[in-house]
Design a protein around this ligand. Structure first.
Ligand SMILES: NC(=O)c1ccc[n+]([C@@H]2O[C@H](COP(=O)([O-])OP(=O)(O)OC[C@H]3O[C@@H](n4cnc5c(N)ncnc54)[C@H](OP(=O)(O)O)[C@@H]3O)[C@@H](O)[C@H]2O)c1
Length: 282
């Protein structure tokens, strides 16, 4: 029988993820919050539903469905902690309470690791970010793990149409924090989708970091990109403590996921950024 998946949240990661499942023959359903986003996806080869997972009654259209896998891939957008609680915590509680499924995968973030000393962190490391938004993610993670589900901690996403630091360079708004030694951890959009598909089919559940193979300092990142764009390095600035998920500097390990034989398509930020840099006329 055909396997079926429901992807709750069909945006930057959810869309390539849904296409990935379709191309592997899965019966694929995806949810967006708004009718307008659902309408934009009407040409896709999967079923699209507009539904609010944060509402108790939001999932009633799926009462008669049974899914092999459900993936929570919705985001809080630019929302505050109450939006986090609605989308991540209440949204996941609703998926768990109102859907019939065999496996649940929740997309969390590497921002839950609060380390600031540039050390390596893996799934056994403390994840004690004090930011309120990260605490909502941790609470949701614990709930999913306690139910036997899978949690993926995704690193900073980039891909066609979205790369925050590149955009800042192009708009002349970039700054290198302090001496540039802060470590950044990146993940290409297609590798996020690829890892989620991989974990949907894997025998293992539990907690997995999803990140490329090589964390780099901000300085290395900006050097490479500015050289490729033939632009000067951005000016130095103070630490950016305005980050919603807290300020951190750590090297996130993907060893656990790679031990299952997953490999990123874009192992380093250079591999993933090169096609984007060509697109901006280098
Ligand atoms: N961006 C990063 O660097 C980063 C890093 C680590 C982890 N993550 C995580 O990765 C996941 C995917 O992020 P993304 O960048 O792909 O998100 P995105 O592009 O913002 O897309 C979010 C999707 O979720 C839908 N959605 C939002 N609230 C919903 C609700 N209440 N009910 C149903 N659908 C809802 C949106 O629908 P509408 O279009 O109708 O609003 C949209 O389809 C999220 O869990 C995010 O926290 C992101």
């Amino acid at each position: 029988m055909r396997r079926s998946v429901l992807i709750a949240g069909c945006g930057f990661v959810g869309l390539p993820l849904a296409r990935n499942f379709v191309s592997s023959g899965w019966e694929t359903h995806a949810i967006t919050a708004s009718e307008s986003s659902a309408a934009n996806l009407q040409g896709e080869a999967f079923r699209v539903h507009a539904a609010n997972i944060s509402e108790r009654t939001g999932l009633k259209a799926f009462a008669d469905h049974s899914f092999d896998v459900v993936i929570h891939c919705a985001s809080s957008g630019r929302g505050d902690v109450s939006r986090y609680a609605a989308v991540f915590l209440a949204g996941t509680q609703n998926l768990m309470a109102h859907l019939d499924y065999r496996r649940l995968i929740f997309c969390s973030s590497t921002s839950v690791y609060a380390q600031t000393d540039g050390s390596w962190v893996d799934e056994n490391s403390p994840a004690n970010s004090v930011s309120e938004t990260s605490q909502v993610l941790r609470k949701t993670e614990d709930m999913v793990l306690a139910s036997g589900g899978t949690v993926t901690r995704l690193a900073g996403l980039y891909g066609p149409g979205r790369c925050v630091s590149l955009q800042r360079i192009l708009e002349g708004r970039a700054a290198i924090q302090e001496d540039g030694k802060r470590v950044v951890n990146s993940l290409h959009q297609l590798d996020a989708a690829h890892a989620l598909r991989f974990l949907a089919e894997a025998e293992s559940s539990g907690l997995f970091n999803v990140v490329d193979n090589r964390p780099v300092t901000e300085m290395e990142w900006f050097h490479y990109v500015c050289e490729r764009l033939n632009k000067p390095l951005p000016p130095r600035g103070p630490r950016d403590y305005n980050r919603k998920r807290g300020w951190s500097s750590k090297q996130v390990s993907n060893k656990k996921l790679r031990s299952l034989a997953w490999e990123p398509i874009y192992p380093t930020f250079k591999d993933g950024l090169d096609p984007l840099l060509r697109g901006v006329g280098t």
